[in-house]
Structures are given as structure tokens and as C-alpha cells.
Design a protein around this ligand. Structure first.
Ligand SMILES: [Fe+2]
Length: 205
């Protein structure tokens, strides 16, 4: 995608840092199951805990803190309550909500031709994985298979702390012709009643 930022030359993600309950369990999952090698491990000064960096590809890292004094995760607040899964979505459309300031989910970039194979591979490793979701620009915003309108295809799964992860594959450049938009008015807290009304109407359908 072309560089459009005239203020800062951002070169992609350096790392993000999440918080785990059990670093051993986290290493077993990210290195053992997902194959992400450890780039660096740190014991924090003063007995605070640890900070480990996993290789996410592309020169980017996915990092974890382990703090002795961290609070327990709070499903629906610190993380989504439930995995996004198109098969389940109709049952509880609010299952993937998390609090202000939370990291809702993190998507690793993959090639579109790998998505089915990777879904099966994850399932063979005992991971519960969503159906493949083809996000498109139709009113329902999802398609059963890849069409010209599909912009990204995704699968979702959870790490041992309930962190929602995604393997995401761009399907095409964004384009107005295919229905992509970048002109929605950004919502503010004042818009909550209007959106709640729309949600009630959607639920009543
Ligand atoms: Fe996503």
C-alpha cells in the first residue's frame, strides 16, 4: 500500500505488547503451536516480571509482559467475551466487544492462498478456529466465497489468555468502484443513542 503519511514516515509495526498470566504457557503457544521464534527475553528489573518478544515476520515483533502484580483478565472488558465466528455471530453479535482502551484482537498478515490450509493446520494442532470469513462491501459485509467485493479474508482464534488473534489476507487494493469507503463521519459518545436504536431495530428483524 502506498505511503500517504506526510507527517511521520511510519514503517509498519515495530511491536505490540500484551500481558499474559503464564509466560511458559504463552511460549508454548506462540513458539510451540504458531512457530514464532523468540527474538529476545528480558527479566524486568526489580522483580516486576518478564518481557518476551516473538518474531511475527516482516521485521515485526509480538511481545508479552508477565507481571507478578497484573490483574486477572475480565472477559468482555479486557478481551472479547467470545471468539468472532460467523457460525455463531447471529447468536450473540455483542460477543466480540471489549472495553475502551483494550486491544480487541490482533491480525497477523498471511497470503490469501494459505488461509484454508492454515485453518486446517491450526485445527489439527487442537486450536478452535472460526469459519473463514470473507469480509466484503455488501450490506451484510460478508460473503460465502471470494468475490470482487471481498477486501479481506479472515480466520479467528484465541490464545491461552483469551487474546483474540486473526490470520488476515488482503484480497485486493481498496477501491471506490468495489464499494470501499473512507467518508463515514467518525462517531462520538453523542451518537450512542442513534446506534442503539439501530441495534434494537436490527434485533427486531
Ligand atoms: Fe480484524
Amino acid at each position: 500500500m502506498e505511503q500517504t503519511n506526510t507527517e511521520f514516515e511510519l514503517r509498519g509495526l515495530n511491536h505490540c505488547a500484551l500481558v499474559c498470566k503464564d509466560m511458559q504457557r504463552t511460549v508454548d503457544f506462540y513458539s510451540g503451536v504458531l512457530g514464532m521464534k523468540l527474538l529476545k527475553t528480558i527479566d524486568l528489573p526489580g522483580g516486576l516480571g518478564q518481557h518476551f518478544f516473538f518474531d511475527a515476520g516482516g521485521g515485526q515483533a509480538f511481545a508479552f509482559f508477565w507481571f507478578t502484580e497484573a490483574q486477572e483478565r475480565q472477559p468482555g472488558i479486557s478481551n472479547p467475551r467470545e471468539l468472532i465466528d460467523p457460525a455463531e455471530f447471529h447468536r450473540d453479535p455483542t460477543g466480540f466487544i471489549s472495553s475502551h482502551g483494550s486491544m480487541n484482537h490482533f491480525a497477523f498478515d498471511i497470503a490469501p492462498e494459505k488461509i484454508e490450509e492454515y485453518r486446517k493446520k491450526l485445527m489439527d494442532k487442537g486450536i478452535k478456529v472460526s469459519e473463514v470469513m470473507h469480509h466484503d462491501t455488501s450490506p451484510g459485509q460478508a460473503a460465502p466465497e471470494v468475490t470482487d467485493k471481498v477486501w479481506v479474508s479472515s480466520i479467528y482464534f484465541l490464545d491461552p489468555d483469551g487474546v483474540m488473534l486473526e490470520f488476515a489476507a488482503w484480497q485486493r487494493p481498496f477501491s471506490a468502484e468495489q464499494g470501499d469507503r473512507w467518508d463515514h463521519q467518525p462517531a462520538t459518545p453523542m451518537d450512542v443513542p442513534r446506534y442503539r436504536k439501530a441495534a434494537e431495530e436490527a434485533a427486531a428483524e
